[in-house]
Write a protein that binds this ligand. Structure first.
Ligand SMILES: [Zn+2]
Length: 91
């Protein structure tokens, strides 16, 4: 039984260990160079669904599904952020 361990199980364990080490090294390399790639791949947070409407304060186009809205004179106006909504209210 000792022969079986040394000749088969031990090499297998070493192999598995080396594989996990290699994987973590590769993952480390990827995460080290990832921030730029991720920023490039991330789509603009605009078209989540719904219609695109222009934020009257800053001019950004926002989707009606994922944005703040405010009823002004019976019409829904969409804003990219609460800050823009508050500015619009004040103006
Ligand atoms: Zn805005």
């Amino acid at each position: 039984m000792k022969f079986l361990f040394v000749e088969i199980i031990f090499p297998l364990l070493v192999l598995l260990f080396l594989r996990s080490v290699l994987k973590s090294i590769v993952a480390g390399f990827r995460s080290a160079s990832a921030p730029q790639n991720r920023a490039r791949q991330a789509p603009p947070q605009v078209s989540v669904g719904g219609e695109l409407k222009k934020d009257p304060v800053c001019g950004t186009y926002v989707s009606t599904a994922g944005s703040l809205s405010q009823k002004v004179n019976g019409q829904l106006v969409y804003f990219c952020s609460a800050a823009c909504r508050d500015k619009y209210r004040v103006a």
